[in-house]
Design a protein around this ligand. Structure first.
Ligand code: ADP
Ligand code: MG
Length: 722
């Protein structure tokens, strides 16, 4: 290895093992830094607590008087834990988390200082919105954005080297009330789903119906690379992925990493990180190695979608910071290493309430079966009608490298139900299920499905959207993404489908049909129109790619440039405005923000490719060629002829590198696009392929140039040395 790389390897090898701080008793640390209902009950008067509890559980607005009382108690608690600052935490349309810190301290008239935190500070903060992406809303919001506490997500204390800060999960909106964040649409989508779901449950004869909520459990994949390597890779630092690098001789052919022993250093990192999660009330549940070397997964237990989404964001921030402390760089990019498995985030999603339970659980009684079939049918209809929307909400420049790469779900949205459930829906479609005329109960034996699907061995891993026994698992979501976008899309399409079902069910029931007859009738129609989206076979096969498009009429949407325009389609605009989740203006602003991000991230990478190729790879390759030439010359002076094939090959690749750099530069100079869509297409079809050409030349050179001259840490070093 070259001196820099060798030094990195030495440092890592000689690293003293991190000390493991013994874990405290879980019961003691669990949620110790969270101002949750338990703490509020202790700190508040009975009436104030009753009022805030109602808000937390139903999302109803908090009255100003209670807000003042809660704020005072919250401050008291935070200050007792050493906090001097508070911060509204919000989630702009980028996938990041934003914070604005303010001091509790105010000076009083006699020059002293007191701490102050009123209900109005809790409910409304006022960061400058102009530096956050807001798409076309820039015109209307005059740079001002407001944050307000979302009481359904608890406040917590964040400890950093600078001390403790009270963090307040918040919504972020323009002064005209438009959503500028990822939380507002999620809350609205839940409300829409609740409303539609209640309607269906009422029609099905339920009388006691608690508010419906969606749940989310996200499985998060990530890579760990030693910081000594990562810091000498400008591409990892700036783009989060390697823009160069030849595949290692030992890849993941043997899959020997999956569920293998976790390296000691990584274990220490995980323990540290998970203890922090526990203190913040985040239920870290499983962790294990993933398929690729250096790849791992963590899956917290599922929670209410809104809280789970906040916790996901917090978890991503924490895992990066903790990895840094342990000498790692943690990569959330969907495809950090070409030719090596990428990272995803499986979003497990279900809907239910405290009275009817999980409505995506088949249950054990015939009546529960019927409710389940309706909700499951609603999902099928939703995915069929809004496949392109589901594709759009997972569309990012980085996830494009993963989707459709035969390791991740394909870019065609289909639904996997499992053999038994697929059979039930097919029987309904074909009219093979006969409900007794007398309206007697019909037992479909669906409780079997639960048992079967719980066995992960039987699951179809090639499907982007799979039923897994009591929930759906959206597997095509990217590892670096916020889960909010996917949850919003799923809740909203479900709301729309439940509305459709209610509208169909009502006349059927009024016509005197039994519940079972009415449900089967509605689902038969639903399956005839939307059954094409159900697919249980191999999603990676070429056959499916052909059938899906040619026979089933589904769309294969390979890139973000192809996917994002779905947000502008009339059907999607109508879906969001009819459910009250996003106004046409809000939706348009999202299209603009996401499109801009796509273009920007490709342009940044392209510049980096040019820079690294010129300043690192070209000089190293030339130095090697000079060595070869000098050796040949010296030998020639002695009358010895050195075979010149290697020198010629290196020279040819160096020329190829120059040519490809020039080509990339040429397209980078192009401007004046007629539309954002055209600009995105240009990135996908002109810039990316030219970046890949530079990479191909550079990666070939990596196979020639003397190891000691190669400036960039190699794949095998980054993936295997821990
Ligand atoms: P696997 O890797 O087999 O898919 P894991 O146990 O690793 O399963 O992850 C499953 C995730 O799904 C966890 O976060 C789990 O809490 C979550 N989950 C389980 N049941 C539900 C449900 N009803 N709704 C939403 N998420 C759920
Ligand atoms: Mg899973």
């Amino acid at each position: 290895a070259n001196p820099g790389r060798q030094q990195a390897i030495n440092t890592i090898t000689n690293r003293a093992p991190s000390t493991v701080t013994p874990t405290d008793y879980l019961g003691d640390i669990w949620a110790e830094d969270v101002f949750d209902l338990r703490r509020m009950e202790w700190a508040l008067s009975k009436t104030a607590f009753k009022s805030i509890k109602k808000t937390v559980q139903t999302g109803e607005p908090l009255d100003p008087a209670t807000a003042d009382v809660v704020a005072a108690a919250m401050k008291e608690w935070a200050v007792s834990k050493g906090a001097k600052f508070f911060s509204h935490v919000f989630y702009p349309m980028t996938n990041i988390t934003a914070e604005k810190h303010d001091g509790f301290i105010v000076t009083n008239s006699d020059g002293g200082a007191i701490t102050e935190f009123s209900g109005s500070l809790l409910i409304k903060g006022e960061p400058d919105g102009s530096s956050f992406p807001n798409g076309s809303l820039r015109m209307t919001n005059a740079a001002r954005g407001y944050t307000a506490w979302d009481p359904t997500s608890p406040a917590y204390i964040m400890h950093t080297d600078n001390g403790a800060t009270l963090m307040i999960p918040s919504v972020f909106m323009s002064w005209t009330g438009e959503a500028l964040d990822k939380k507002i649409p999620l809350l609205r989508s839940n409300a829409a789903m609740n409303k539609a779901g209640q309607e269906v449950l009422k029609l099905m004869g339920e009388s006691d119906i608690a508010p419906l909520n969606s749940s989310c459990g996200a499985e998060q994949e990530y890579f760990l690379v030693d910081a000594n390597f990562a810091n000498s890779r400008p591409d990892l630092l700036l783009a989060g992925r390697t823009l160069f690098g030849a595949p290692p001789p030992k890849g993941q052919e043997f899959d020997d990493h999956y569920f293998g022993a976790i390296p000691a250093r990584v274990q220490v990192f995980m323990q540290d990180f998970e203890d922090q999660l526990y203190k913040l009330g985040i239920p870290a549940k499983t962790h294990h190695n993933e398929v690729a070397p250096g790849q791992f997964e963590i899956a917290p237990y599922f929670e209410a979608a809104n809280v789970a989404a906040d916790h996901q964001q917090l978890m991503m921030t924490l895992m990066k910071a903790t990895a840094k402390k342990h000498g790692f760089m943690l990569l959330l990019h969907e495809k950090p290493f070409a030719g090596v498995n990428g990272s995803g985030k499986h979003v497990n999603w279900s809907v239910g309430n405290s009275t009817q339970g999980n409505l995506l659980d088949p249950g054990s009684t015939p009546h529960e079966n019927l409710l389940f079939l309706l909700f499951c049918g609603a999902v099928i209809r939703g995915v069929h009608l809004h496949g392109p929307l589901l594709r759009a909400v997972i569309a990012t420049a980085s996830n494009d490298h993963r989707l459709g790469a035969n390791e991740a779900p394909p870019a065609i949205l289909s639904v996997y139900l499992g053999d038994q459930l697929e059979q039930v829906f097919n029987d309904i479609k074909e009219g093979n299920i006969h409900t007794s005329a007398g309206g007697g109960e019909m037992d479909l034996g669906l409780s079997q499905i639960l048992k079967f699907e719980r066995d992960p061995g039987d699951r179809n891993r090639t499907s982007p959207f799979a039923f897994t026994g009591n929930r759906f698992e959206f597997r095509a979501v990217g590892s670096s993404q916020s889960v909010s976008g996917p949850l919003v899309a799923m809740n909203t399409m479900l709301a729309d489908s439940l509305n459709w079902i209610a509208a169909e069910l009502e006349p059927a029931l009024e016509g005197g049909a039994s519940q079972a007859e009415a449900v089967v009738k509605v689902l038969k129609k639903l399956m005839n129109e939307h059954g094409n989206v159900v697919f249980g076979g191999d999603g990676y096969s070429e056959e499916w790619h052909r059938i899906a498009v040619e026979e089933r009429g589904l769309k294969n949407i390979p890139t973000t440039a192809d996917a994002l325009p779905a947000l502008r389609e009339a059907s999607v605009v109508e879906l969001f405005s009819s459910t009250g989740v996003l106004s046409p203006l809000e939706l348009e602003s999202r299209f603009e923000v996401y499109a801009e991000q796509y273009i920007l991230s490709i342009e940044v990478e392209a510049k980096l490719v040019i820079d690294m190729a010129r300043t690192m790879i070209y000089p190293a390759s030339n130095a090697y060629l000079a060595e070869l030439a000098a050796t040949a010359q010296n030998l020639a002076a002695l009358g010895v002829e050195l075979d010149s094939s290697i020198a010629k090959a290196v020279a040819a690749q160096i020329n190829q590198l120059s040519t490809t750099i020039a080509n990339l530069e040429e397209v980078m100079g192009r401007e004046g696009f007629a539309s954002t869509e055209e600009h995105m297409q240009f990135c996908a079809t002109e810039i990316l392929p030219r970046m890949n050409e530079v990479r191909a030349a550079a990666d070939t050179l990596e196979g020639y140039v003397a190891d000691e001259l190669w400036p960039l840490p190699k794949y095998q070093e980054m993936l295997y040395i821990k």
